[in-house]
Design a binder for this molecule. Structure first.
Ligand code: TTP
Ligand code: MN
Ligand code: MN
Ligand code: MN
Length: 380
């Protein structure tokens, strides 16, 4: 637990990557209330409004003391009049009326329940709701009538398991099992567990494993080999998707530039090869005997640390890393500089699209002109 009496800088940057955001904050209840409104905007497809809430909430997460007056926050970056007035309501009444209304609404409850099913995004959920599908039970009936695809059918089959969060110890056992498989299919590989686990969360919704081989290029075809191996030995029970979403400028034999727009952007926010799978670790091996979602992401050695940074999150931290790189990294890269493109598939100088190689996580921050932020302070 964090000691809130230690001095902590006020969140004075509009970029999450320039703030320090611990997992637990002194304003949890207020932030949960605000997050309900943000979630509702996401579910309704009001993306701009949702992003604006995400930004404001993220700044307040980095606020180091209990908020007792709006004078503490009204001039913080990203905190506009809307959020300020909601915080004022909260301070006056210990609640935010709009949040309570949303939480009580049948539509919000339905869209929340429907989007908890893997592969069901807010657009799908709204379309289902319009057809009278308001809960998972009705979704099953809808699928039984021949609707939906293979991924949805699989997701519903193991939905109850996937709703249960994964404790840290099991996350680590799952990663160890994957490393053992890597050692068997291609000696010389290493991995990092990323996502919420790396940010210190006590439980995770899935396991995000980034891996590479110590020799650049050797990682080619590795996703298939790994998935085949783990499927044959029964550890992988379901495969939601295996993708190679495109050209990687760092990879030695890359000639398959893909112009196809990703169908599921949340899993394709980079060009790395990956498999979205479901695994099961039996109790005899220390697991819970539950189906667990695992993301297996393969990065070439030269972009491994970019991939680790890009998959460690939080989502807002990643958003602002990309924005910061694009908008603020100008002078250091010359008169014609247009910044750097950062994502988990690498760093690219935009002026001449030259890739920039890195050899450590600290170097990613250094190249972006940022002070290093340890993963546990990236809970923006
Ligand atoms: P997730 O596994 O979706 O999220 P998470 O690990 O933070 O939380 P959970 O316990 O629920 O699994 O994504 C892994 C990381 O990938 C996330 O921390 C940040 C990055 N990411 C983005 O940058 N953009 C996105 O849209 C998503 C979905 C993830
Ligand atoms: Mn979903
Ligand atoms: Mn995750
Ligand atoms: Mn994931």
């Amino acid at each position: 637990p964090l000691n809130f009496t230690t001095p902590w800088p006020l969140p004075n940057s509009r970029y999450a990557c320039k703030r320090r955001t611990p997992l637990y904050t002194p304003n949890e209840e207020l932030l949960r209330s605000l997050a309900v409104i943000m979630r509702s905007r996401e579910l309704e497809g009001e993306d701009r409004s949702a992003l604006s809430y995400a930004r404001g909430i993220s700044v307040l997460k980095a606020y180091p003391r209990r908020i007792t007056s709006v004078s503490q926050i009204h001039s913080l970056p990203g905190v506009g009049p809307k959020i300020t007035s909601l915080v004022a309501q909260y301070l006056d009444t210990s609640a935010i009326p709009e949040s309570s209304t949303i939480l009580a609404s049948a539509r919000f409850q339905a869209l929340e329940e429907l989007t908890k099913v893997h592969s069901v995004g807010s657009t799908t959920a709204r379309a289902l709701y319009a057809r009278g599908v308001t809960n998972v039970h009705e979704m099953r009936e809808w699928v039984a009538m021949g609707n939906g695809g293979e991924v949805l059918r699989m997701a519903l089959e193991i939905h109850e398991d996937l709703m249960i969060r994964i404790p840290r110890a099991e996350v680590e056992l799952i990663a160890a099992r994957v490393q053992k498989a890597l050692d068997a299919v291609l000696p010389g590989c290493m991995h990092t567990i990323c996502g919420g686990h790396r940010r210190g969360k006590p439980t995770s919704g899935d396991v995000d494993i980034i891996f590479t081989h110590r020799e650049q290029g050797k990682e080619q075809g590795l996703v298939e080999k790994l998935v085949n191996y783990l499927s044959n030995d029964g550890f992988i029970t379901h495969i939601f998707g295996v993708m190679h979403p495109g050209h990687n400028p760092f990879s030695s034999s890359s000639h398959t530039r893909s112009k196809v727009r990703p169908a599921h952007p949340s899993s394709h926010f980079d060009t790395l090869s990956k498999a979205l799978v479901v695994c099961l670790l039996p109790p005899s091996e220390g697991g819970a005997g539950l189906h667990r979602r695992v993301d297996l992401i393969c990065a070439p050695r030269d972009v491994y640390w970019c991939a680790v940074v890009g998959w460690s999150g939080s989502k807002q931290f990643e958003r602002d890393l990309r924005l910061w790189a694009k908008q603020e990294i100008l002078p250091a890269h010359g008169r014609l500089g247009r910044g750097i493109k950062f994502d988990s598939s690498g760093l690219t100088r935009l002026r001449d699209t030259q890739p920039i190689y890195v050899d450590s996580e600290k170097q990613v921050f250094e190249l972006l002109g940022l002070e290093y932020v340890p993963p546990r302070l990236r809970n923006a």
